[in-house]
Design a protein around this ligand. Structure first.
Ligand code: THU
Length: 146
């Protein structure tokens, strides 16, 4: 199941992260799509931040579970991330959307990604693999971000 040459993350940690993501999925507010998503982000310091999707009657204002997890971590002063797990109910493991991939790449371009559905179908990979040549601050002529 676990692919080789990814950022170091034990299978046990991966499973723990998936279990957390599943817990947060129960908090999803998804009355429009009925597609509930949970995410869990492991920081380098060993903390786990969970997120769920939060929808809105103005559909464009919806936010994905992954970005909620990352935003919670950043707001708590964390910027170094090891892995993110995402869980959704569907035939295939939940897969982060393009905006979320970009959002995660800002802080952790080599993040390990673990995706799963409720039937236990999983996919392990790296963000680099799912968002090759990600746009980043390296392309901008700005000072290093604080
Ligand atoms: N969604 C997520 O939360 N994460 C994903 O990885 C894909 C999509 C949410 C957004 C929206 O609330 C619902 O799933 C359907 O698109």
């Amino acid at each position: 199941m676990a692919e080789k040459n990814l950022a170091p993350l034990s299978e046990a940690d991966g499973r723990r992260l998936l279990a957390e993501a599943q817990k947060f999925r129960a908090k999803a507010y998804a009355p429009y799509s009925q597609y509930q998503v949970g995410a869990a982000l492991l920081t380098k310091s060993g903390r786990i931040y969970g997120g769920c999707n939060i929808e809105n009657a103005s559909y464009g204002a919806c936010i994905c579970a992954e970005r909620v997890a990352v935003a919670r971590a950043v707001a708590d002063g964390e910027r170094e991330f090891v892995a993110l797990a995402v869980v959704a109910d569907g035939p295939e493991p939940g897969s982060p959307c393009g905006i979320c991939r970009q959002f995660m790449a800002e802080f952790a371009p080599r993040l390990t990604l673990i995706m799963a559905n409720l039937e236990g179908k999983t996919r392990w990979g790296s963000l680099e693999q799912y968002l090759p040549y990600a746009f980043s601050k390296d392309y901008l002529e700005v000072e290093e971000a604080e």
